[in-house]
Design a protein around this ligand. Sequence first.
Ligand code: HEM
Length: 156
Amino acid sequence: MDAPFILSLISRWAHVGTAIVLVGGTAFYRLAVIPALEGNSTDLVERIRNRWKKVVHLGILIFLVSGFYNYFTMIPKHKGDGLYHALLGTKIMLAMFVFFIASALVGKKSGTQKFRDDAKKWTGIMLIVAAVIVGISGFVKVRPGPAAAAVTQPSE
Ligand code: HEM
């Protein structure tokens, strides 16, 4: 049975909206905030991190709930489509890596201090991996494949 339309719509809005806020916010931090504050007030950096932390934690939660909901509603449409599941599996693992780095950058634990000490490098890596994630997400959506063929070439 197909998932209710309204739930699928809300889930997509939430997922793509979260990607816009989190990836956009990270790009702003890396390209504008870090260079502007270099060598400056660590207290200000601390306050920015503390505010951004709430957005990161809520964003990860929304990504996980909407992402798994999207995935489970997509499974019936991609039965036997190995490439779809391989790409989605890769994307989910890359997303877990991004969630770990994002949490470490706003965290306080001493074990993750090395990421905060080199925030410029790690936010850059996060942006590159996020671009790959968005690339995979767009590719699986538009690529011609079994699901698209089933829609465009109905069986006789
Ligand atoms: C850094 C984290 C993530 C980013 C930036 C991201 C980004 C996106 C974007 C932009 C789309 C929409 C693609 C389009 O409609 O053109 C999408 C779709 C999707 N995402 Fe994510 N996502 C992330 C994490 C996750 C996670 C953790 C999951 C699963 C647990 C997930 C599962 C999905 C699924 C199933 C779709 C729909 C794919 C399809 O159309 O068949 N995403 N994602």
